[in-house]
Design a protein around this ligand. Structure first.
Ligand code: SF4
Ligand code: SF4
Length: 224
């Protein structure tokens, strides 16, 4: 069994993850230097991205109208999210440990690397997911996967191991759909600009999200 097959075997364990893909390091060259994997692991050769589904039975019940004192589906969703993150971190750690023990320096990247002054992540899991062939970025600015739409959490492993990689997916999964920006209650998400880029104001979204103790309608209402 080669190294990549062993990584896939770890990911498929009963407490593993649903999605796995690998990107070569050169697909990150278009990012600013401080956002590239090499900013954290200078001799990195590959980025492994792993993902797990969020249960649709919970996401489809999300609202942005929680009343004070109300127990809502969001409470169950938040607990589910935390559990998925723990599973991703554990699988990422197992993969990074396997590679390290094979002589390849590796780092498992924890989920939340957000700098809350700018609400920007030091490492973009969505970008990495796209480069690793897991899906495409949709009009809602989220990674859309064929199996679970945008209902996925992601994590990553940076490694010096030169692994076989996946092809990037070039597919328009949104088509003529406009649901996500039509349902956005804050106006943070707008129709994409003429060049197809998502028009999203993270500060407006974050203010609304905080004031209403949650939202996520751009994810939960996506028909994929
Ligand atoms: S989380 Fe809510 S407010 Fe933020 S972009 Fe999505 S729909 Fe809009
Ligand atoms: S709701 Fe529609 S337009 Fe928005 S991301 Fe999903 S498929 Fe694309």
């Amino acid at each position: 069994m080669n190294l990549k097959e062993k990584i896939q075997e770890i990911s498929a364990l009963p407490d593993g993850v649903d999605l796995i893909g690998v990107s070569p390091i050169d697909r990150f060259l278009e990012l600013p230097e401080m956002g590239r994997p090499t900013a954290f692991l200078p001799k990195a050769k590959s980025v492994i991205v792993i993902g797990s589904q969020l249960f649709q039975v919970l996401t489809k019940k999300l609202t942005a109208t929680r009343k004070i004192g109300e127990v809502s589906y969001r409470d169950f969703y938040n607990a589910h999210n935390e559990t998925v993150d723990v599973a991703l971190k554990q699988t990422g750690y197992r993969i990074a440990r396997l590679l390290t023990n094979q002589g390849y320096a590796s780092i498992n990247v924890g989920h939340d690397l957000t700098d809350y002054r700018t609400i920007t992540g030091a490492f973009s899991f969505k970008y990495a997911g796209q480069q690793a062939g897991l899906g495409v970025i949709g009009k809602n600015g989220l990674l859309l996967t064929r199996a679970f739409g945008p209902r996925v959490r992601l994590s990553a492993v940076l490694t010096e191991a030169p692994l076989p990689c996946e092809d990037v997916v070039f597919e328009d999964l949104c088509g003529g759909c406009d649901i996500c920006y039509k349902v956005c209650p804050s106006g943070a998400l707008k129709a994409p600009s003429a060049d197809g880029k998502t028009d999203y104001d993270r500060f407006v979204c974050c203010s609304f999200y905080t004031a209403n103790d949650g939202c996520g309608l751009c994810m939960s209402k996506c028909p994929l």
